[in-house]
Design a protein around this ligand. Structure first.
Ligand code: FES
Ligand SMILES: [Fe+2]
Length: 335
């Protein structure tokens, strides 16, 4: 360590890199074996979810704010907060004559239907039965037992994250014409990174692919591109803790301990011929750098920037997932 590094506890995050042609990088297709990706996907799909589904960002559901609605697996769900900030969730259809409760109003912590004024306090009422709901500080999860069809669990399987308060988080949502497994399969193919997203990633290598249930992790070395010549090298680990979630943990390099969680929530029911899936991605960025305290203070300004980066990547990744679904659903998927 140099004196300067010692004194300031600081190492420059950016590395200079020589310019290189896209086509000159090493092809990754030989390593990205379809069977390896399919096996990782199969193991992920077999893990329990406890029937929990991510519906949105915690900050999308404000105390005193309007209700938040989303359809999950063909089931309309409404979520709101009590005056004390506690989450309430249940069917998004009014038990009286079916008004869409997502368009209703929250008055003194109660959801008041805008058609005839029926008020729900979050407890069972006239055939309306609440759904279990969980706020993990970044995301809101709802448990839908008939949609999940698994053994229910008390809580969702929330990935390990940097300590609250030491991180900046942003949540990004996009919707694609595919099933959750297509979104997960895209994430379990890290090899496409620097080929398909050259504007964001360079020098991607999979240092270690998963070795089965015991060691089910992709260890990836990659550089995030800041400008044409400046990059930030990191090591990241990809895991699928449950069937609809893939997590990227940054384990070494700038932003170590940061996580990017990709959650795939089915919007349509299982029998739907035109499935749609929401990708709800939470970026929880952490850093030891002193400047990061400033970044935290600037979080409201940073969030749109973080979301913009995710939006560009997801435009391409959804094209990948949608393509995979189209091929699968017409029996044309290779292999
Ligand atoms: S439809 Fe909601 S109160 Fe009548
Ligand atoms: Fe991608």
């Amino acid at each position: 360590m140099s004196d300067r590094t010692d004194r300031a506890g600081w190492t420059p995050p950016l590395r200079r890199r020589r310019r290189s042609r896209w086509a000159a990088q090493t092809p990754t297709w030989r390593e990205a074996r379809p069977a390896l990706i399919a096996d990782a996907l199969k193991r992920a799909s077999a893990r329990p979810s406890g029937n929990w589904f991510v519906v949105g960002a915690s900050r999308d559901v404000r105390a005193g704010g309007p209700p938040y609605g989303r359809t999950v697996g063909g089931v309309e769900v409404v979520v709101w907060r009590s005056d004390a900030g506690e989450l309430r969730a249940g069917p998004g259809t009014c038990p009286h004559l079916g008004a869409p409760l997502r368009d209703s109003r929250v008055v003194c912590g109660e959801l008041v239907c805008h058609w005839h004024g029926l008020a729900l306090d979050g407890g069972p009422f006239a055939g309306w039965d609440p759904y279990p709901v969980h706020d993990d500080g970044v995301l809101v999860w709802v448990r839908l037992d008939p949609v999940g069809g698994e053994e229910p669990s008390e809580r969702p399987f929330v990935p390990v994250r940097p300590v609250a308060g030491s991180a900046v988080d942003a949540v990004f949502t996009a919707v694609g014409r595919c099933e959750p497994q297509d979104v997960v399969a895209n994430r379990l193919d890290p090899w496409h990174g620097s080929w398909f997203h050259p504007y964001s990633f360079v020098d991607l290598t999979v240092a270690r692919p998963p070795r089965g249930e015991e060691d089910d992790v992709f260890v990836v070395d990659v550089s995030f591109r800041v400008t044409d010549r400046l990059v930030v090298p990191v090591r990241a680990e990809f895991t699928a803790p449950e069937p609809r979630t893939v997590v990227m943990h940054i384990t070494e390099g700038e932003g170590a301990t940061s996580v990017v969680e990709t959650h795939a929530t089915p919007l349509t029911g299982e029998a739907d011929e035109r499935p749609r899936t929401a990708v709800i991605e939470a970026v929880v960025a952490a850093s030891d750098r002193r400047g990061f305290a400033l970044a935290r203070a600037a979080a409201p300004a940073l969030r749109p920037l973080m979301r913009r980066t995710a939006a560009r990547l997801w435009r391409d990744d959804l094209a990948y997932a949608e393509r995979r679904w189209r091929l699968r659903s017409t029996g044309r998927f290779p292999g």
